[in-house]
Write a protein that binds this ligand. Structure first.
Ligand code: ADP
Length: 220
């Protein structure tokens, strides 16, 4: 039985490159692929293997043993045609898990139509996170769960500090749920209604985007 998952990253730009570095630092086995020799050379010491190959060429992918890889991440940015073609080839080759970076909404739609479950849109996701952070410095993070539901990490400010979850009754007023409270390094995943919130505590709140937006406007 295989012990460790094998990953491959196709496209070593900023996005693919940082995935490669992170996987490498976590001790994972990563095959780094790009058709640009210079990019590949940069990753020789970071990835387990770094190879020059055009991922739109099926035989080239077969030759480098892509079929042995458990999870392939397609991180080709600008060249949408190459990204789609690569993805179709990987699907045809029966790769079990494929994650693809979408460049724009149309690209994402096509990838969904091809049947790719894991489509990521890092620019859009990061844009949303930053937008929420600039609305209020107390919004620490914003994670999209679906098209209309999210999780936010919110620092307790003056409007909430000294009050209990019962006093604030966030569920009744805003329809969102506080799923956990972080206090320094501690995390309480079943906060009681009597918990008194302190400045700098962090609430992890889940809800629909509409409800979260009302909560952010009124309490954060
Ligand atoms: P980012 O926005 O993440 O920096 P880029 O579009 O700059 O993305 O980088 C994508 C990478 O994908 C580049 O290094 C490019 O050489 C590589 N790439 C593009 N097409 C192919 C292909 N057909 N086969 C392999 N690598 C490719």
């Amino acid at each position: 039985m295989k012990q460790k998952q094998e990953f491959a990253v196709i496209g070593l730009g900023r996005f693919g490159g940082s995935i490669c570095e992170e996987l490498g630092m976590e001790g994972m086995s990563v095959l780094a692929i790009d058709n640009d020799e210079e990019r590949v050379n940069e990753f020789k010491n970071i990835a387990s293997h770094a190879v020059i190959a055009d991922s739109t060429d099926e035989s080239a992918l077969k030759e480098i043993g892509i079929k042995n890889i458990d999870h392939v991440i397609v991180a080709i940015g600008e060249n949408i045609q190459a990204s789609i073609l690569t993805t179709v080839i990987l699907t045809d080759l029966g790769i079990k898990r494929i994650t693809v970076k979408a460049q724009n909404d149309y690209h994402e739609k096509i990838l969904n139509k091809i049947g790719i479950d894991e489509v990521v849109h890092p620019e859009r996701e990061m844009g949303k996170r930053i937008a929420h952070h600039v609305i209020s410095n107390n919004i620490m993070d914003y994670i999209e769960l679906s098209d209309d539901h999210s999780i936010v990490e919110v620092k307790v400010g003056r409007k909430m500090s000294g009050k209990t979850l019962d006093d604030l009754d966030i569920r009744a007023h805003y329809g969102c749920n506080v799923v956990a409270i972080k206090q320094g390094k501690e995390i309480n995943v079943s906060p009681s209604a009597e918990e008194i919130l302190k400045l700098e505590d962090i609430l992890i709140v889940i809800g629909s985007d509409k409800d979260i937006s009302r909560f952010e406007k009124n309490l954060v």
